[in-house]
Design a protein around this ligand. Sequence first.
Ligand SMILES: CC(=O)N[C@H]1[C@@H](OP(=O)(O)OP(=O)(O)OC[C@H]2O[C@@H](n3ccc(=O)[nH]c3=O)[C@H](O)[C@@H]2O)O[C@H](CO)[C@@H](O)[C@@H]1O
Ligand SMILES: C=C(OP(=O)(O)O)C(=O)O
Length: 428
Amino acid sequence: MHKLLIKGGQTLEGSVQISGAKNSAVALIPAAILADSPVVIDNLPSISDVELLAELLREIGGEVTMDDQQMEIKPENMVAMPLPNGRVKKLRASYYLMGAMLGKFKKAVIGLPGGCNLGPRPIDQHIKGFEALGARVTNEQGAIYLRADELQGAKIYLDVVSVGATINIMLAAVRAKGQTIIENAAKEPEIIDVATLLTSMGAKIKGAGTNVIRIEGVNHLKGCTHSIIPDRIEAGTYMIMAAAMGQRVQIDNVIPTHLDSITAKLREMGTKVEEKDDQMIVEGMLDKKGVDIKTLVYPGFPTDLQQPFTSLLVSAKGTSIVTDTIYDARFKHVDELRRMGANVKVEGRSAIVNGRSPLQGANVRASDLRAGAALIVAGLMAEGITEISGLEHIDRGYEHLEEKLRNLGAIVWREELNEEEIEQVNQS
Ligand SMILES: CC(=O)N[C@H]1[C@@H](OP(=O)(O)OP(=O)(O)OC[C@H]2O[C@@H](n3ccc(=O)[nH]c3=O)[C@H](O)[C@@H]2O)O[C@H](CO)[C@@H](O)[C@@H]1O
Ligand SMILES: C=C(OP(=O)(O)O)C(=O)O
């Protein structure tokens, strides 16, 4: 087990290359199950969620090879092996094995997913979708059993706008008979990315990226090559770091329109943000103004950037109110920020940030992936050394983190936890 150490107060300057999107990658890899010949995925981020999914595909008989940023998945020998325990519990996106295996084999047994603990994260809308397509779904001892004689297209209205349910239903519906219509679908760019891969495989999908998706089922899907879109959450995280500590930071390999909500908020704070074709240039400044943030489904402000943005607001003038409308318990970073000297309190679904309290380095723990990002932003701003444990969360979503930060001028390194620290982690 490791911890991340940051010596705060260094200005950031230079450029950083954004990796492929985690939330696309983790859906595209299971989607390859649906093909009957090899799928090649490019621009894949080297993160632990990707490694776990590669292992899960191997468990069901897939041949998976990785070379740098490219993964080749040979699905020919895959079988509907039950996966009730083990790796499926370590990430959220293992739920995509349900849709993909149901589509391909008409049956699946998949343990309930893990992922960031952000309060309740039900999958009732996924199940409602599978049932509408004709599957019988039961929950037995923490695993979801799905079985269908055949899948039949249906009209499905999602009660909650859900990224996972939209993609999962798409994965099953591409192999259903007839037409499926998903209404009140999520519109995130990652959904378009998955629809693009499925279309290259031979699926017939219209409307991905809008709130009504129409899918015409097909009998067979073939292999293809696909390159993943840039990770807008990783890009947004570096934009936030640049706003906090940057002189001039160029963020390469981005789709600027995916970042509109973050750009708008940074500009509202007084930060200079310049957009180029596939680059953002952010110039940090000392005199930042506090702003209010409300997370919403895309194209609104992403909940996945709420936590790091809260850290940035600690350095801004005045009071800022951060409201998370997607998750009611995504504030575990706040206690840790307070340890570092931040004046932040949580009231219901909002964090109230009274800005401009100086931060001091401290020993803090990342309770989830973006809490980790929040603590890194705070560590960069703080005086002295910040030690962050819980790196297993951060490694789920940030490729080559220390290397990228060091290239920008940050002083950051990883150290092994000592026995006493391991004991503390085990007790927490
Ligand atoms: C692997 C992945 O892509 N993870 C992302 C995905 O998670 P995930 O797909 O889990 O998030 P959803 O979009 O499904 O969740 C949105 C909201 O809907 C609720 N809900 C969802 C499904 C359901 O069946 N019932 C239900 O009530 C959730 O509790 C949450 O309050 O989108 C989230 C919202 O942008 C992001 O924070 C995650 O990074
Ligand atoms: C919540 C997140 O991930 P997951 O859904 O995979 O837990 C995230 O990426 O911020």
